[in-house]
Design a protein around this ligand. Structure first.
Ligand SMILES: [Zn+2]
Length: 295
């Protein structure tokens, strides 16, 4: 356990994890760091500010409450950078060889995505990835969940990826890059993860980043993808689009927040119902999605 460190830029609260005994300590992994943000903000923000933070995306808050965004983002960036410095000092570092392989892969993926986005007329942010040792990605509250990449809300400039994990780095980099390039409103988590992972697999195969058998061996976000598959099948059924074109259309709705394309296919009300399902607890189930689409 690392001794508690007091963050000098913040007078009353530390972005530290609080243990059962109320002791504050350095977050041991990136999840503890993010949980600690929430815990800290719960203690210092006004009730209505906290509600915004928990229900709106950082992009929306930036738009509607720019000062609140600046305040939160400044703290999140400060705490995260400080934490990164500390963990780099106190833990085993990533091997040079692993790191250079990872960086080469990141450059390759970045080039492919840049061209792909340009071809679709979508804005693209150059990949900024921080590689960290895998043990910093151990989510103790969700043990068993295989997570290899992380995007920290209100930390706008980079995302974080485990450098040495038995899952293909190509999938992780594309997946996190898609989140990184989302500019629109926040949709429900299962919809967001489902379309992100489905589009990731499509892009990885399309550009030959991995052989198909390696992609199909990975089971990430299986239940989230099931709901997305159903929606893609419906798009194919109702329009002259191929499955790949349907994937592109859905991905763009996720990235830009512009639902016009989906509205045109399903009707505003039906599509709105699907988005609501993705925001509700246990809503993301194929029979419910089918019903919402009016089948
Ligand atoms: Zn994700």
């Amino acid at each position: 356990m690392v001794a508690a460190s007091v963050a000098p830029w913040f007078s009353s609260y530390v972005a530290g994890a609080v243990t059962a005994t109320g002791e504050v300590r350095q977050p041991r992994n990136i999840y503890e760091l993010v949980y600690a943000f929430d815990h800290t903000f719960a203690g210092i923000l006004k009730a209505e500010e906290l509600k915004l933070v928990r229900t709106r995306s950082p992009e929306e808050i930036k738009e509607t409450h720019p000062q609140l965004y600046e305040r939160i983002s400044r703290d999140v960036v400060g705490w995260t950078d400080e934490w990164l410095q500390d963990v780099r000092k106190s833990i085993e570092t990533v091997s040079e060889k692993r790191l250079s392989i990872a960086q080469r892969t990141a450059e390759q993926v970045d080039g492919i995505l840049r061209n792909h986005f340009a071809g679709r007329g979508l804005p693209y942010r150059r990949m900024q990835v921080v590689f960290l040792p895998p043990r910093l990605f151990l989510d103790e509250r969700n043990r068993g969940k295989l997570t290899m990449g992380m995007f920290i809300p209100f930390y706008p400039d980079a995302f974080f990826v485990a450098v040495d994990w038995p899952a293909p780095m190509e999938l992780v980099l594309v997946h996190e890059s898609l989140h990184f390039n989302r500019t629109g409103v926040r949709l429900g988590r299962p919809l967001s993860e489902g379309i992100t992972e489905t589009a990731t697999r499509y892009l990885v195969l399309r550009y030959g980043l991995l052989p198909p058998r390696e992609v199909s061996r990975t089971t990430a976000y299986a239940s989230e993808r099931k709901g997305v598959d159903l929606i893609l099948e419906e798009i194919v059924k109702r329009t002259a689009r191929s499955r790949d074109e349907a994937t592109e259309l859905f991905l763009e709705a996720y990235l830009t927040g512009n639902q016009q394309g989906m509205n045109n296919i399903f009707g505003v009300e039906s599509w709105e119902r699907v988005i609501k399902l993705s925001l509700s607890k246990d809503g993301w189930q194929t029979h419910k999605i089918k019903q919402a689409l009016g089948n």
